[in-house]
Design a protein around this ligand. Structure first.
Ligand SMILES: Cc1cc2nc3c(=O)[nH]c(=O)nc-3n(C[C@H](O)[C@H](O)[C@H](O)COP(=O)(O)OP(=O)(O)OC[C@H]3O[C@@H](n4cnc5c(N)ncnc54)[C@H](O)[C@@H]3O)c2cc1C
Length: 496
């Protein structure tokens, strides 16, 4: 039986949900408030430069491959994916360190930094691979309605291998003691969600993704993934309506019958909300239809927000790689400022992405496209001059390391932080990547994919299962689509 499903938001999760449902035979319309798809992965142009606005690290290539194959295509047919080598550069106080794409070179690098660590890296990576495989083959595809799902799958045994109850920090220290090695292993969890002390050791699977599966880049920019997903969605019959803001719902018998879109009522049989969970519940649904209260949200640990700068530079910067992490500051102190004391950081770590190193299409000849990211606590208020202060603070450090005055070559600068995340996505406290990956916010402890109050409403995206990041959001949309399809199957049974 074909039903009309409405999807709110054309981010990765919304498009993945819509495409899956269209493939199952349903009529699907995606309502997106912006003038194009991508959500946090939108792009913009400025005088020959193309800036990706959000994600820049392409990890877990298997997830993208599986996605496109599911719809009769492949990554190769959709965009030109290249592996970066070195994967990235890290600037420590005493200079740069390139992280090689080759695992054997990575082992040698570890060994030169800490004697005996090469062999330990093998054990660490073997365990991380087990976690990745269990996680990706089972857990991420579960809707996580309740803890029982986990009990059903011979999971007690698997759960032990996942190291859910051990902290990432103590787990990494079991193998390594050099501060540089620890920072290399801890940065993915720190940037994407929480202090390593609060993050389960499960997330060493990110190190497997980084080190073994590699860092990739789609030529043309990360937005190429979005364009490809839109193409594939439209082939399945999905209709996109851009510049279409969902403002409210009409309910009957605890079901949504209509969405209010740009002031007009649009009928639907079920809804997948790919927009931010808190925004949908608190600003689109009436109070009686909300599963969670403001108090609930206030108690969540949000992932960091980011202070971002997009720069056009009219000169090449030879000393930068594509991805550059500036770890020339106190790692622990910045983590405390983000996650514990919630204050503007004193001397933050930051990240500089220079995609023009790999891709000549994103900047005019002889120029660089530069994207700077400082992770900051969610919910921060800015004062006049805050952005200017941080711009100069990090540019001074960047210039010192790359040995040139970059600021005098900046011909365009745009910044983006909490205020813009709230205006553009209704992001709770201006979060950039949803909820932190803490143990008490993992799997069935996250905001639920299925609304408890509205029987035909489901959520997808980085604030529900499996979590933040492009690959999890892609998976989330597909899992939510299956849940909607199950609901429709049940309706057919009841009516027949
Ligand atoms: C700066 C930054 C850097 C990142 N870096 C990486 C990275 O390197 N690698 C990685 O894997 N992940 C990264 N991430 C995380 C990743 O981008 C996100 O997890 C992912 O894009 C979230 O997708 P989503 O579909 O859940 O949500 P979104 O992309 O936020 O999509 C939600 C959509 O809903 C729309 N919407 C909102 N409200 C309404 C409404 N009322 N009506 C209609 N539409 C509405 C929004 O406009 C948006 O298009 C980064 C994120 C940011 C912000």
């Amino acid at each position: 039986m074909s039903e009309h499903i409405a999807v709110i938001g054309a981010g990765f999760a919304g498009i993945a949900a819509a495409t899956s449902l269209a493939q199952m035979g349903h009529e699907v319309t995606v309502f997106e408030k912006h003038d194009g798809p991508g959500g946090r992965a939108r792009k913009f142009h400025h005088e020959g430069f193309t800036f990706d606005m959000g994600p820049s690290w392409y990890w877990m290539p298997d997830v993208f491959e599986n996605y496109f194959e599911r719809f009769g295509s492949s990554v190769k047919e959709e965009y030109n994916l290249v592996r970066l080598d070195p994967s990235y550069r890290v600037y420590f106080e005493d200079g740069p360190l390139d992280i090689p794409a080759s695992y054997s070179e990575m082992k040698t690098l570890f060994e030169t930094i800490e004697k005996g660590s090469g062999e330990k890296l093998d054990i660490f990576m073997d365990e991380a691979e087990v976690k990745y495989n269990i996680g990706m083959s089972k857990f991420v595809h579960m809707p996580s309605h309740s803890a029982f799902e986990f009990a059903e799958l011979q999971t007690a045994k698997d759960a032990l291998k996942l190291h859910l109850l051990r902290s990432f920090s103590s787990y990494a220290r079991k193998y390594f003691s050099d501060p540089k090695l620890l920072q290399l292993l801890e940065f993915p969890v720190l940037f994407l969600g929480a202090k390593p002390e609060k993050t389960p050791a499960l997330y060493s699977l990110m190190n497997y993704a980084d080190t073994k599966l590699g860092t990739w880049y789609p030529m043309g920019g990360m937005h190429e993934i979005v364009t490809a997903m839109q193409r594939v969605a439209e082939k399945q019959g999905v209709k996109f309506e851009f510049n279409s803001t969902v403002e409210g719902v009409e309910l009957s018998n605890k079901e949504i019958t209509h969405l209010k879109v740009n002031g007009a009522l649009r009928s639907c049989d079920a809804v997948i909300a790919g927009a931010d969970y808190h925004h949908v519940e608190q600003h689109i649904l009436p109070p009686e239809a909300r599963t969670y209260s403001e108090k609930y949200w206030d108690k969540r640990t949000m992932s960091p927000s980011s202070l971002l700068f997009y720069l056009a530079v009219d000169k090449e910067i030879p000393e930068l790689q594509h991805h550059n992490l500036f770890f020339d500051a106190d790692f622990g102190k910045h983590a405390v400022e983000i996650y514990d004391t919630n204050e503007w950081p004193d001397k933050p770590l930051f990240y500089a992405c220079c995609p023009s190193k790999t891709d000549k299409s994103v900047a005019p000849e002889g120029k660089e496209n530069l994207f700077l990211l400082i992770p900051v606590a969610p919910g921060m208020k800015e004062e006049e001059g805050t952005r200017e202060h941080y711009f100069n603070l990090i540019m001074e450090r960047l210039e010192k390391h790359v040995g040139m005055n970059v600021r005098k070559h900046v011909t365009f600068r745009r910044s983006y932080a909490h205020k813009e995340f709230i205006e553009d996505y209704g992001a709770y406290k201006g979060n950039a990547y949803g909820l932190a990956n803490t143990l008490d916010q993992t799997a069935f402890l996250k905001p639920k994919m299925k609304s408890k109050k509205v029987s035909n409403l489901f959520f997808a995206g980085q604030l529900t299962t499996p979590g933040p990041g492009v690959p999890p959001s892609l998976i989330s949309g597909q899992v939510a689509a299956k849940e909607v399809n199950k609901l429709i199957g049940k309706r057919v049974l009841v009516s027949s």
